[in-house]
Ligand binder design. Structure first.
Ligand SMILES: NC(=O)C1=CN([C@@H]2O[C@H](COP(=O)(O)OP(=O)(O)OC[C@H]3O[C@@H](n4cnc5c(N)ncnc54)[C@H](OP(=O)(O)O)[C@@H]3O)[C@@H](O)[C@H]2O)C=CC1
Ligand SMILES: Cc1cn([C@H]2C[C@H](O)[C@@H](COP(=O)(O)OP(=O)(O)O[C@H]3O[C@@H](C)C(=O)[C@@H](O)[C@H]3O)O2)c(=O)[nH]c1=O
Length: 379
């Protein structure tokens, strides 16, 4: 096979598998050449052998100071492919924007109609047809109140379906990320004595949705040794879910209809930008350590939200203030809102384990301002 003529529109991406000194250079045609390092061949050989990829070695007269053009010594297919399940959802949209092909990975976006996680045979057939090295399971029934009256279906998706995906990933040595929720910490505790929940704290889910998500976490971690769980909260993204929307866009919509809105003021959490959380998930994907199968189960759980905490009523006020709306927010209690599902009184997540290793996400106020500016630009 004749090597492709080098073109200069390469981008360089550090590859964490080979440490800081090596660079992978991605050509637009999707092959990867590199500044050669001996260990690169050893690992790449084994990787490509695993995937029965052609591993073409051309002449090997390589030295780091040569130009990209002369460094075209080894062509390898894409080294990692990613499949995102629940691919038509809010978080999946942000992930696919970040994991686009020029990030050095190939991407499969699988909506429910492409892959229904409740159907084990379809999970096996579709994933075996793609053979992703990384699976991000964003598939879920996320309508918390609807879940109260659809327990069987909710568990089939959020828990049993997660197990199907976990088993395929285990059998095919794929890394797996399961997205979970702050709602697993359902206990309504006194705000004055509360501290953010750590990954090692015992969950106390109080709704069908939160119980199904906790079961999904357990199914994932037990089925697949190379899996992690990312718990987050109150996601708002550019493409809200069909059935659920997101709180920010709901508030913007209701404010157009009513001058006064009643919003609960006794649920403390950290509503987060789906884009920021997706960026954080990409940090985890770039680091092999979190997927180390020898770590214990809780070490494979990561809390990721923007920083700070608030109530939904305070968030609503901040939305309207930033938008210059005069909408009045009347604080009410969860009991007064009287929704079908119980919700945590305090579900602020302690994200220090993630931030110590990868850095802090923006504050919830900064994230909200950025999001609203994005919405205004896209109008
Ligand atoms: N939204 C939030 O505030 C938070 C979400 N999370 C978690 O993050 C993840 C992503 O959330 P988000 O993007 O907001 O959710 P969305 O509701 O936007 O997306 C979920 C996607 O899963 C799909 N889906 C539903 N059932 C199945 C199935 N059986 N097989 C395959 N796909 C299915 C849905 O498809 P369809 O549209 O056809 O139903 C939808 O596109 C979920 O796991 C959620 O529990 C965690 C904390 C907060
Ligand atoms: C629309 C509205 C909601 N609320 C309350 C209801 C609820 O307690 C809170 C948030 O409303 P939402 O409908 O956004 O929320 P909710 O379904 O509670 O959102 C949850 O979604 C799932 C998927 C998660 O994983 C959680 O992290 C959380 O984000 O605000 C009001 O008080 N007034 C209103 O006008």
């Amino acid at each position: 096979m004749q090597a492709e003529p080098p073109d200069q529109s390469f981008c360089s991406a550090k590859d964490s598998h080979f440490g800081e000194t090596s660079h992978l250079i991605l050509s637009p045609s999707g092959v990867i050449c590199f500044a050669a390092y001996d260990d690169f061949y050893r690992v790449m050989n084994s990787r490509c052998a695993e995937r029965s990829h052609a591993f073409l070695t051309l002449s090997m007269a390589v030295s780091p100071e040569k130009t990209v053009g002369s460094l075209l010594k080894v062509f390898v297919p894409m080294v990692e492919s990613v499949a995102i399940l629940g691919g038509q959802g809010q978080l999946a949209f942000e992930l696919q924007c970040l994991l686009a092909p020029d990030s050095g990975r190939s991407l499969s976006i699988l909506g429910r109609e492409d892959l229904d996680v409740t159907k084990a045979a379809q999970v096996d057939a579709v994933l075996s047809g793609i053979h992703p090295q990384i699976v991000i399971n964003c598939a879920a029934q996320t309508q918390v109140d609807v879940a109260e009256s659809t327990s069987e279906n909710t568990f089939a998706i959020n828990a049993t379906g997660a197990g199907h995906v976990g088993r395929w990933c285990a059998a095919n040595r794929a890394k797996l990320v399961y997205i979970s929720t702050d709602h697993v910490f359902g206990q309504a505790i006194d705000r004055a004595h509360a501290r953010p929940w750590r990954e090692t704290d015992e969950p106390q889910p109080v709704s069908v949705y939160s119980r199904s998500k906790l079961a999904g976490e357990q199914a994932t971690l037990e089925a697949c040794p190379h899996s992690i769980v990312v718990r987050t909260c109150g996601l708002y993204g550019e493409r809200p879910a069909k059935g659920k929307g997101n709180f920010v866009q709901t508030m913007l919509r209701l404010a157009q209809q009513r001058p006064v809105l009643k919003v609960v003021d006794d649920q403390w959490c950290t509503p987060s930008s789906a884009k920021d959380v997706a960026q954080a998930i990409c940090s985890l994907l770039d680091d092999p350590e979190p997927f180390d199968p020898t770590t214990n189960l809780t070490s494979r759980i990561w809390h990721i939200t923007n920083t700070g905490s608030t109530t939904w009523a305070q968030l609503a006020r901040e939305i309207f203030s930033l938008q210059g709306f005069t909408t009045e927010v009347i604080p009410i209690t969860t009991a007064e809102f009287n929704a079908p599902a119980h919700r945590p009184g305090y579900s602020v997540l302690d994200t220090s384990r993630f931030t110590q290793r990868y850095g802090e996400l923006p504050s919830w106020k900064e994230a909200l301002a950025t999001y609203l500016q994005m919405l205004q630009r896209s109008e």
